[in-house]
Design a protein around this ligand. Structure first.
Ligand code: PMP
Length: 381
């Protein structure tokens, strides 16, 4: 037994180990069925050249400070102007990560007396902001617009007089299913509320030019969009799309925006190029759609599971250790597939999260499902 100040951490780590929940950093290896580099842009020639050109033009590597001090570079402003046009919002604000943006949105915008009603499966970064918010927060059953309404109605009946904030992901990161956005916009309108839509896994993949699943709903005063730039866009950071007032308020009140060094101007230049690629190379998204549609069909053929209808294919296993074993077997077979366990997903729903990206082709998908079927058979024997 370890003694001293570190003993409690060791005890926790040992406890996680016993429950099959201890996490470890491992180098990535094998065919990519894990990354969110959906459009294969993370190492694309165009983005590499955009960064090289920016360096050539004298764009600095480091921003040198917070956006409100000396860290506000023309590259950030140019990106925000282009992103607002691209995503159809009055204004866009670039954050250093989606995590930071969600934390800022939920800790800053909902006020005391408001209600945050969030999907039960909302991302950890939204929880981070919600925990810091002065508003009351209630989880609603996953993807059930009626359940969201019930929460709002019961809060109003108990005297809630502020604004309700509906918080969802347009495409869920660990389930690959879509939120009922149309119904949720109606709810926000009906109850004088706001709708915050995290498009992290839809940006670049769905909607015209990859503008996301909320394309067509943007530009309204009560809708706030989050487009992360580290997934299909292949770079890093996140763009909040909203009206001028909301963005001005964030610049004045979001602590994570105010008190943090601005993202590298080079990353802003890279994201600008990624947006241009989305607009100029629609064939990339079309090819990707064919690929994930194929993967959904093959999942049913090879394993009898129904696909999610998106590029994210969860395979529910349930038991943590068994999920880890299967993922390890797949990595041994040369396929980079990870086990996703609680608390990232609800208790008892450990799963393999298979992400389809343009880093693989049809033959790799067929080989991967073959290997997975073999591993399942061996497990059952
Ligand atoms: N929202 C969702 C739904 C996500 O899946 C993620 C990343 N896993 C984030 C926000 C955070 O974005 P970032 O990785 O840019 O911090």
């Amino acid at each position: 037994m370890m003694r001293g100040p570190l003993a409690r951490y060791v005890a926790t780590l040992n406890g996680l180990e016993r429950k099959g929940r201890r996490r470890e950093l491992v180098p990535h290896d094998g065919v990519d069925f894990t990354s969110n580099d959906y459009l294969r842009l993370a190492n694309s020639t165009r983005i590499r050249s955009a960064i090289a050109d920016a360096l050539e033009r004298g764009v600095a590597v480091g921003s040198g400070g917070s956006r409100l001090l000396r860290g506000n570079h023309p590259e950030h402003e140019a990106l925000e102007a282009e992103a607002a046009i691209f995503f159809g919002t009055e204004r866009a604000l670039y954050f250093s990560s989606g995590y930071a943006a969600n934390a800022a949105l939920f800790s800053t915008l909902p006020q005391r007396g408001d209600l945050i009603v969030h999907d039960a499966l909302i991302h950890a970064s939204a929880h981070e902001g919600i925990a810091a918010s002065r508003a009351e927060a209630v989880a609603a059953r996953h993807n059930d617009a009626d359940a969201f309404e019930e929460v709002i109605v019961s809060w109003r009946m108990k005297g809630g007089t502020g604004h309700p904030w509906i918080a969802v992901e347009s495409l869920y990161s660990m389930d690959g299913d879509r939120a009922p956005l149309k119904e949720l916009v109606e709810l926000a309108d009906r109850y004088d509320g706001f709708l915050v839509i995290d498009e992290a896994h839809a940006t670049g993949v769905f909607g015209p030019h990859g503008r996301g699943l909320a394309a067509g709903m943007e530009g309204r005063d009560n809708i706030i969009l989050l487009h992360t730039c580290g997934k299909a866009l292949g770079v890093s950071g996140a763009l909040v799309g909203a009206n001028q007032v909301v963005c001005d308020y964030l610049v004045n009140r979001a602590r994570g925006f105010i008190y943090s060094t601005a993202p590298s101007p080079l990353m802003a230049a890279a994201v600008r190029e990624a947006l241009r690629i989305l607009a100029e190379e629609p064939e990339r998204r079309a090819k990707f759609e064919q690929l994930w549609t194929f993967a959904n069909a093959q999942l049913t053929v090879a394993l009898g599971f129904e696909g999610s209808g998106s590029q994210i294919l969860p395979i529910l296993i349930g038991d943590n250790s068994r999920t880890m074993r299967i993922a390890a077997c797949m990595r041994e077979a040369g396929f980079d597939i990870r086990a996703i366990r609680p608390p990232t997903v609800p208790e008892g729903t450990a799963r393999l999260r298979i992400a389809i990206t343009l880093n693989v082709d049809r033959s790799a998908i067929l080989r991967m499902f073959d290997a997975l079927a073999t591993v399942f058979c061996a497990e059952a024997a």
